[in-house]
Ligand binder design. Sequence first.
Ligand code: ADP
Ligand code: MG
Length: 357
Amino acid sequence: MASSVKITGISKAYTKDVPVLKPLDLEVKKGELFFLLGPSGCGKSTLLRIIAGLVQPDAGKIFFDEEDVTDFPPEKRRAAMVFQNYALWPHMTVFDNVAFGPRTTGLASALVKQRVNEALELVKMSQYAARKPTSLSGGQQQRIALARAIAVDPAVLLLDEPLSNLDAKLRDEMRLEIKRVCKERSLTAIYVTHDRREALGMGDRIALLEGGVIRQLDTPVNLYKKPSSCFAASFLGNVNFIKGRLAGKEKDLWKLDTTVGTLYTDQPVPKKTEDPGKEYTILLRPEHLMVAGTKPTPNVFHAEYESGTFLGERCEMTFRSSSGTAVEVSEDSSEIREKGKVYPVSVLPSNVVILED
Ligand code: ADP
Ligand code: MG
């Protein structure tokens, strides 16, 4: 049975005075596919290992449902882990690899067999039961690793960069497969990655970590559309950062004086209304900018076309506003733009986001 996971005040330093996790709180709901996303070294694996019981935290508690498991050894927690390098036993058959966990719990052999068969069926690997893992491809081995984790009926499934060793096409396929398996089995899963596409494409919610701190926690769409910091904005996608000041409210829109001209936003402004003349950083995603767009918006500025790269499904272009600000635009069109010509560039008020730092 899947559990919820609650973490309160977890902190960790491997060496004195070098905190890897600052006191951290987190709640993962039962049945949720939850992502820990962040750059290399931010403490993702450490947190996952603490949840698994493989690393002891310096302080704080971990609960699976209502049960405090902080002092439980790994084998008592019913947390199953899937690693980047699969960690399968090469000398055992696929069947025995998957059966290993259920057997150690003392389950009767008929039930073990049933569990293993169900798990292999779920990952579509039933026909490989008698093979050795070394005779399988990377993607197939990762499916077996997933089946092995599921076969123990885990309270929580922990995945640490499970797709990093696969090529791009297989990675896309396995993303869908892992998500399907988690949802079909209503698993509680905590998935660690540095790859925003994985987190955005699969996650119910994402905690974005930096330097052992959760910087933002939200759904994929909100994290992408409403990042609160420059860090979150850059980590979740491509960015233009421009500077601007609040210049009052008109009906439901905030007016902003920016380096590319006046822009309006219907997005919330940062709560701290310190100095009214404060300069903010404003996010405009390249794919939200429209060249000679036809959608009605009060936000139109003029910019000169400098250069562009045609990438097949998209064209990435650089424009320069009359104030000299470079603006990147990513458009799903192959229309030829003329170097040196000035174009109207527009953006919807919902895509003008004021950042808090
Ligand atoms: P991530 O998974 O986000 O890349 P890690 O949790 O693996 O980050 O590592 C966070 C920091 O802790 C890094 O600076 C890393 O070097 C350090 N670290 C990780 N494991 C150990 C360990 N066993 N001993 C000492 N330092 C460690
Ligand atoms: Mg890691």
